[in-house]
Ligand binder design. Structure first.
Ligand code: SF4
Length: 294
């Protein structure tokens, strides 16, 4: 996380945030283009669909079919859970009196309860989860040693606060800007950055989705959200991370708002847009469109 902080600071220094137009901020929700074109609300994840004709929208909202969780989605769910549960557990240990990295390693490194449980629940390969889990444990341990050597008189509260990123899972009512009432996104509090962890391939749509969350928070809080951060995690024998930080520009905002209105209008019209020439196997509605006669 320290790396994210540094890179965002550089981005912030080099960005004239005043260039983001007020009319494209979420708090301008009472007038176009932020004001939704219809009263229909959508979820931000609708922007990320794999379907070239957007039939996924028709299947979800008109046929009212449920998505089936495919291996890609399960990996994402497993990773989010693993990160949250591991950090929460180590944090609790700090509050209970741990003051050194070696205490954390002794307690957690060979205790596989967290990845084992998540692997059982989701079917995601245990060894892949274990490598991410161990990475998190080692990073936390190193950071605790770092904090304590820098601030030897720190109490548990200080150690926990300085070791773990102040990320909160933020709930947002997106209705003023045409989105669902129960959105949820990770927010990195010191710089009002919104973040998301991803396990799939890097896609431009992920930036659009973060633009949507930014607009929703701006509407909810009357505040400015200028930066997005996507962290892509590749599980496997060699754990790999890619990080993208970016400004949530006018272009991203405009594009998100156009797609939001396009999707809402598709739902209102209830017209089947038809299937593309080929369906992506990772599509959550593959069975519905290709095996059930819909
Ligand atoms: S299965 Fe095919 S047609 Fe159906 S939503 Fe997915 S990509 Fe679109």
């Amino acid at each position: 996380m320290g790396d994210v902080e540094k890179r965002i600071r550089i981005l912030r220094r080099n960005t004239v945030t005043a260039e983001i137009s007020d009319e494209l901020r979420g708090y301008s929700w009472e007038k176009p283009p932020v004001e939704p074109a219809t009263t229909t609300t959508i979820s931000v994840s609708d922007i990320n669909g794999f379907c070239p004709t957007r039939r996924d929208i028709y299947v979800k909202y008109i046929l009212r079919e449920r998505p089936s969780l495919n291996p890609y989605m399960l990996r994402g769910i497993a990773c989010h859970r693993l990160i949250k549960e591991t950090i929460t557990s180590v944090k609790k240990a700090v509050y209970s009196g741990f003051r050194t990295g070696s205490e954390v390693i002794d307690e957690f490194y060979s205790n596989h309860a967290i990845p084992e449980k998540i692997s059982r629940d989701t079917g995601v390969d245990f060894r892949e989860l274990l490598s991410l889990y161990r990475f998190l444990v080692i990073q936390s341990a190193a950071k605790i040693d770092d904090v304590v050597s820098k601030y030897p008189n720190s109490d548990s509260e200080n150690i926990a606060g300085l070791t773990f990123p102040p990320i909160i899972e933020r709930k947002i009512d997106g209705r003023p800007v045409g989105l669902s009432p129960n959105l949820s996104v990770d927010v990195f509090t010191p710089f009002s950055i919104i973040m998301d962890f991803k396990t799939g391939i890097e896609r431009y749509e992920h930036r659009l989705a973060l633009a949507g969350y930014a607009i929703a928070i701006e509407a909810d809080d009357e505040t400015d959200i200028n930066f997005g951060c996507l962290i892509y995690i590749r599980l496997g024998d060699h754990l790999h991370f890619t990080q993208e930080e970016f400004v949530i520009t006018d272009e991203l905002r405009r594009e998100f708002l156009e797609i939001r209105d396009e999707i809402a209008e598709m739902i209102d019209s209830a017209v089947d847009p038809g299937k593309p020439e080929r369906c992506h196997r990772a599509c959550a509605y593959f069975g519905v469109c290709n095996e059930s006669g819909n």
